[in-house]
Design a protein around this ligand. Sequence first.
Ligand code: SF4
Length: 154
Amino acid sequence: MYLMRRIATRNARPLELLYLALGRVGLALAPALKLCGLERLERPAAWFESWSKGALFDCRMCGRCVLSKTGMTCPMNCPKQLRNGPCGGVRQNGNCEVQAEMKCVWVDAWAGAGRMHRGGRLATLMAPLDHRLKGSSAWLRSLAKRAGDGDAAR
Ligand code: SF4
C-alpha cells in the first residue's frame, strides 16, 4: 500500500489526466445516472471507489476527496489526519514525526502537486473534514455537484 501510494504521487500528472478523462465520461453519463437515481448508486459506487482508490492511494473513504489538490496523495494517511499540512514536525529527512519510517504525507503531497497541471490548488486552504460523510462515495457526490443535482451533492 505504502509503495503504491508513493508510485501514485510520482505519477501525479498522468493520474490527473486520467481523473480528468474519467470526470468527463462521468459527466456525459450523468443524465442516465440521474435517471437511475444517484442515491441508489451510492452503495455500489462507494464499494468500487473504496476498492480502486484503496489499492492506489490507500484511500480511507473520507467522503470528500481532495486528491486532485494534494498531488494525488491522500492526506488521510497523515497520522494526524491534517487537511492542511505539513504540521511543522517533519523530520530533516522529510519523514513523519509520528511514523519515522514513513515519508511525510504532506511532503509527498507538495511534490506530487508540483507535477500536476493544477498543482497550485494545494496553496489554497482546505475545508475541515465533515465526518458525517465518512464511508460515502466522493466520486458520486462530485458528479452530482457538477451535474447540478443539489440534493445528492450534499
Ligand atoms: S481524500 Fe478522502 S476520498 Fe480522497 S483518497 Fe483520501 S480518504 Fe479517499
